[in-house]
Design a protein around this ligand. Structure first.
Ligand SMILES: Nc1ncnc2c1ncn2[C@@H]1O[C@H](COP(=O)(O)OP(=O)(O)OP(=O)(O)O)[C@@H](O)[C@H]1O
Ligand SMILES: [Mg+2]
Length: 318
């Protein structure tokens, strides 16, 4: 069975011109290769400018690559663009593309008809989706009155109106408050349960991990890591910092982990322990180890390194 999405040696260069002169040449994608299995949810993860949106635009047939190939459900995005468009649902910006004066229902019917559904099919599908995404009560209100989170959920409904097998979503939680973002993530997980293939971009490692089966990590137009979240973290040598405010005699203290001594914001001795394994298992061990040496622990905090920190490590400080 062919993969849902197959990208091979994809290249894209943007040439910025000013009048007739070339001002800047940007290599957005530098031979990107990956494959996404059907029915999986994969996050394309990377910092600003990594090439995530460029990849999404090429897969959505909105942008032509300079080289390489990309196929969606076996269809070539350049040579068979209309077949690709039939099987994908694309969200480029959760807030854009809605008609503010139209109601949520009218918006969805409009897009359904655009995708070739009859008016009545579009309407029944729209009603069903609005219910499923918690917008049933708001369906007859103009969209301009919707909150950002509601607009994001409406955007997901829109992507689903023609029942596509593959969803391609560019930063679906961008600009949402934490609660709305969580709600959107929950809905997205539901889509995977329906058996669809979902490609979602994010620059948030934590979100990528929470949402997806596999991560593809892009940096400066190249895939620098790929695999399950665990595999990618291990590849990055990702560490958690466990910070403990302590009192007692720390002299000669040796734990089985990498440690550093400092001073906390409150002026207390601060013991930093760097661990690579799951903190929920190791923190209790660290605590009991300290207790057995008579060190009193006043507070504990666990900090996961940010993606930026991970990248600095992964790309050697570049
Ligand atoms: N239309 C354009 N013209 C010129 N350069 C562009 C254009 N679009 C993107 N770029 C450049 O190409 C590179 C990749 O951009 P892209 O938007 O694909 O990254 P991204 O991973 O989506 O980043 P972000 O997290 O900021 O959305 C960046 O250096 C960007 O400045
Ligand atoms: Mg982008």
């Amino acid at each position: 069975m062919v993969a849902a999405i197959e990208v091979e040696g994809l290249r894209k260069t943007y040439v910025e011109r000013r009048l007739w002169r070339v001002k800047r040449v940007v290599t957005a994608l530098d031979s990107v290769t990956f494959a996404i299995e059907r029915g999986t949810m994969v996050a394309l993860l990377g910092p600003n400018g990594a090439g995530k949106s460029t990849t999404v635009r090429i897969l959505s047939t909105l942008l032509l690559p300079d080289g390489g190939t990309a196929r969606v459900m076996g269809h070539d995005v350049v040579k068979e663009a209309s077949s690709v468009r039939r099987v994908i649902g694309v969200m480029l910006d959760p807030e854009k593309g809605h008609f503010g004066r139209l109601t949520g229902l009218e918006n969805l019917v409009f897009y359904g008809v655009l995708h070739g559904l009859t008016r009545s099919d579009a309407r029944s599908r729209a009603v069903e989706l609005l219910e499923q995404f918690g917008l049933g009560d708001a369906r007859d209100r103009p969209v301009e009155g919707y909150s950002k989170g509601m607009k994001a959920r409406l955007a997901i409904c829109r992507v689903l109106i023609h029942d596509p097998e593959v969803l391609i979503l560019d930063e679906p939680t961008a600009g949402l408050d934490p609660i709305s973002a969580r709600e959107v993530r929950e809905r997205l997980k539901g889509l995977k349960r329906e058996g669809r293939t979902v490609l979602v971009t994010t620059h948030n490692l934590w979100e990528a991990e929470e949402l997806s089966d596999r991560l593809i990590v892009l940096n400066r137009g190249r895939v620098i890591a790929e695999g399950t979240p665990e595999e990618v973290k291990r590849a990055f040598g990702l560490m958690w910092n466990v910070e403990l405010e302590v009192s007692g005699n720390l002299e000669g203290l040796k734990l089985g982990w990498e440690t550093e001594l400092g001073i906390s914001e409150r002026g207390r001795p601060l013991l930093k322990v760097m661990i690579r394994e799951d903190p929920s298992e190791l923190v209790p061990l660290i605590l009991s180890e300290l207790r057995s040496r008579g060190v009193q622990v006043l507070s504990v905090s666990v900090r996961e390194p940010t993606l930026e920190e991970a990248f600095v490590r992964a790309v050697g400080g570049a």
